[in-house]
Write a protein that binds this ligand. Structure first.
Ligand code: DGY
Length: 321
């Protein structure tokens, strides 16, 4: 008998076909009549992306073996609650590295060259004013980038920044990446040094208790007043009030954000009102090709666990020591 799984979002056709070949599929979305708790009753596996999985959502799960998230980040999964229920978690690293790195470059260029506000400016019937300097942005090429969190995505950002934009790169990470230092001539720095020297500070850390609120008022004060802050990690790594204060008071030049403390962001959030803050709706990995690869990777993880095979990408906390 095939295992039964729950699909909680629209998936590409090839992924649905793959899942149907291996499992009985049930469907649930937040707009369904039942709750997620009820929907998890009687299923062996579930595919999620943003839905929180915790003690409450697992309360009626009576035979669940695996939660497969279509994301590299898994801060929406309560690992301890899953372990207590004997449920394992899988995620989708690697397939999105280039795509997220591309978005980081787009955010950096977009903020420095003010692309979104200039687009709105031209589309409202304007052209170059006599005081054209009011439209000036900042150079990106030959500047210094500081990356906090040098994982697989960080490495792809380094390649783009050094080879494409002649930037020098400094980084901070829990562990030094000596190979990356050799390959691309990047330098290891303390967070303080990095903040005070970089022209572009890129935050790429996972959300953990030690990174929550990492970018606070003190951190923004250390940055140059010509620097731009870029966050493509998780919103909760930043004290948003401190960030808006830093931009409004000229402590930093601007920011570009893919992620926010609250998603969807509240329409009244002051981050949405400042012209030097570029915002996009958590779309780091959101291209047709990459989201399809991520969904297939998640499906393969799920099917492997349900067949008692080693999942290609088990979340590290579930790996046997
Ligand atoms: C992830 O996969 O965790 C990303 O945030 C999605 O863009």
């Amino acid at each position: 008998m095939k295992p039964t799984i729950l699909i909680t979002q629209k998936l590409p056709e090839n992924v649905i076909d793959y899942l149907k070949a291996h499992c009985e599929c049930r469907y649930w979305t937040p707009s369904s009549d039942s709750t997620i708790e009820e929907a998890l009753k009687g299923v062996d596996g579930v595919m999620v992306s943003g839905i929180a999985i915790n003690e409450k959502t697992l309360s009626m799960a009576d035979r669940l073996k695996v939660v497969s998230t279509i994301s590299v980040g898994y801060n929406h999964l309560d690992i301890e609650a899953m372990k207590a229920k004997g449920v394992v978690g899988t995620h989708t690293p690697e397939v999105l590295d280039d795509t997220v790195a591309d978005l980081v470059m787009a955010l950096m260029l977009g903020a420095a060259r003010r692309i979104a506000s200039l687009d709105a400016y031209v589309k409202s019937g304007n052209w170059l004013p006599t005081d054209v300097e009011t439209l000036f942005g900042l150079d990106v090429h030959h500047k210094k980038m500081g990356i906090i969190g040098m994982g697989r995505i960080g490495r792809q950002i380094v390649k783009r920044a050094t080879a494409g934009f002649d930037m020098t790169v400094m980084y901070h990470n829990r562990h030094r990446d000596e190979e990356a230092e050799r390959l691309w001539g990047i330098t290891y720095a303390s967070i303080s040094e990095l903040l005070s020297e970089a022209d572009f500070v890129v935050l790429m850390v996972p959300l953990t208790e030690s990174t929550r609120g990492l970018m606070d008022a003190d951190a923004f004060r250390k940055m140059k007043n010509t620097a731009i802050f870029i966050n493509a990690s998780r919103g909760q790594t930043v004290d948003e009030a401190a960030l808006i204060h830093a931009v409004e008071h000229g402590e930093i030049w601007g920011a570009a954000l893919d992620v926010f403390c609250q998603e969807p962001i509240d329409a009244d959030n002051p981050l949405l009102k400042h012209p030097r803050i570029l915002t996009v709706p958590h779309i780091g990995s959101a291209t047709e090709e990459t989201r399809t690869r991520m969904a297939m990777s998640a499906a393969e993880n799920l099917v492997a666990v349900l067949n008692d095979k080693e999942a290609p990408y088990l979340i590290p906390a579930f790996k046997k020591q």
